[in-house]
Design a protein around this ligand. Sequence first.
Ligand SMILES: [Zn+2]
Length: 171
Amino acid sequence: MDARSADSTTLESKANTSSEMDIDIFAVQCEECYKWRQINTLEDYEYIRRKLRDDEFVCERIEGMTCKDAEELKYDSSKAWAIDKPGLLETPRGFERNVVMRTDYSGTDVYYITSIGKKLETHAEVAAFIEANPDYSNAPLGDFDFTAPLVMEDTVPSVDVETLEPSKEND
Ligand SMILES: [Zn+2]
């Protein structure tokens, strides 16, 4: 399968030391030059992701960027990549959509965090939270999507577990 044509949107993961790895680098592929462009904020990323339903993403969408600019991110196994579902709606106000990579790279998990820090892992939990908190009653249930981004197997580091450990401390 050609990864390029799979989808225009990806998430990239960055290892940390917990049992799961937060995905906190976001990238979109230009439809013209095929370079990957990092999107700095989750908010901007979600906006672009939704627009991909109707509009192709090109470098010029980023202020000051053109297709001639060098690629900042490489689609390779220096980091594991996961492809998000294109056209996903933006996260309703008052919530944050988080994606974590499983440490064995077998998949990703999606959950929402409320503004008071409550973690919601299913539609039923979201529905119950909104019902109990009328302040959020204008958040459409259909905008919550637990579709987990697909891990791109060709970017999974082919390393043993040891190398995922934090490097040795320097004295
Ligand atoms: Zn481009």
